[in-house]
Design a protein around this ligand. Structure first.
Ligand code: SF4
Ligand code: SF4
Length: 348
């Protein structure tokens, strides 16, 4: 993988050049003490050492609400709506890059999701090696500490004012040359980046699964009837917060809206969540997951088995957002999987 060195002083010129053609978002601290991706305005202060951006970056490729079709009832015409503005998301941690890579794979399965794919094609992702680890995170124990693809550029801080930038795509390399040609990295600079990654990954491993994450599908298959599902779900508020903040959740609801003259309208989709009581409600008032226990167990099977069965990866990248979002303190996949492991026979 080609790699270059970029110095901090060069970044404003680069960012300004990129922002001419694309909506550029960068990580920044909020006044409330959180972090958020905000639009680059020429002088935003970058939160290089942010630990977690609570609002998941899936919103860049799958907005919370988007129009899919517009229709005209007078002419009986319908046409697809595609919104895919050019955008660059700078500073995404590897576990979030991995989450988007999963969406890339899943949205290609079956009938490819054209709205997602067009938006994704117009999106440049610039990864950033974390310098801090959120208290609730466990990404290093589920194979999400580093990514080999899914990014256009991968930035790692290797000195007080210098970054090693690995190239993930031709588009990324072209962007790096936008303001002035960058310098190629030396062997020792590449080694410094490797050490920086090892250092933060070692720290992140303080929160660990008790077993190899690839055993999770089998662990769940053996524990469909575990008493843990009932016990934990008794306090579930069915608020759906764990779904909304999750970077890998992608379920949505479809809604048709028509104007008051019944002449024109739109079909749009909005994020939905399998923990909401209404999620599985269908015609005839039938609900195929009516109990909290059913919904709670389903979420963990989705994260630990169903997605794995489709693409060979866990549907949880260990970001820790759901752990923080759950006021009932029952949404922690690490705690649930470890508890299942401890109560199981370990007889694999
Ligand atoms: S299940 Fe929780 S920890 Fe795992 S990816 Fe989703 S929000 Fe992050
Ligand atoms: S597990 Fe927690 S965050 Fe998720 S729906 Fe239940 S109470 Fe809400």
């Amino acid at each position: 993988m080609d790699a270059y060195i970029v110095h901090l002083e060069r970044l404003p010129a680069l960012f300004n050049a990129w922002a001419k053609d694309s909506a550029l978002s960068v990580p920044s601290a909020t006044p409330e003490g959180f972090y958020e991706f905000i639009p680059w305005n020429g002088e935003a202060e970058i939160a290089w050492d942010y630990d977690l951006i609570y609002n998941p970056p899936k919103r860049f490729v799958m907005p919370a609400k988007e129009t899919l079709i517009s229709f005209d009832l007078k002419d009986l015409q319908a046409k697809p709506v595609f919104e895919a503005p050019a955008q660059i998301v700078f500073g995404m941690h590897p576990y979030d890059v991995k989450a988007i890579s999963q969406l890339d794979q899943l949205m290609e399965l079956g009938i490819p999701d054209q709205n997602y794919l067009k938006r994704r094609e117009a999106t440049v992702i610039m990864a950033l090696t974390p310098q801090s680890v959120a208290e609730t995170a466990f990404w290093a124990s589920v194979g999400a500490e580093e990514v080999q693809h899914g990014f256009d550029l991968y930035w790692t801080k290797i000195g007080p004012a210098s970054f090693l930038v690995e190239v993930g795509s031709k588009k990324g390399e072209e962007l790096l040359h936008a303001a002035a040609p960058p310098t190629r990295a030396t062997v020792s600079e590449k080694e410094a980046a490797r050490r920086a990654k090892i250092k933060v990954n070692q720290f992140a491993r303080r929160k660990q699964l008790l077993y190899n994450w690839e055993e999770t599908p089998r662990l769940l298959a053996k524990n469909w009837d575990s008493p843990l599902w009932r016990k934990n779900s008794e306090t579930c508020l069915a608020c759906g917060s764990c779904n909304l903040v999750c970077p890998t959740c992608y379920c949505f609801d479809l809604v048709d809206e028509v104007d008051d003259k019944l002449e024109t309208g739109t079909r749009s989709r909005s994020w939905d969540g399998c923990m909401l009581t209404s999620f599985a409600l269908v015609a005839g008032d039938h609900n195929f997951r009516p109990k909290a226990l059913d919904r709670y167990r389903h979420r963990y099977f989705r994260k630990g088995k169903y997605i794995y069965d489709k693409i060979g990866e866990l549907g949880c990248v260990g970001c820790g957002r759901c752990v923080r979002a759950c006021t009932a303190n029952i949404a922690n996949p690490l705690a649930v999987f470890n508890a299942l492991w401890e109560e199981s026979t370990h007889a694999f």
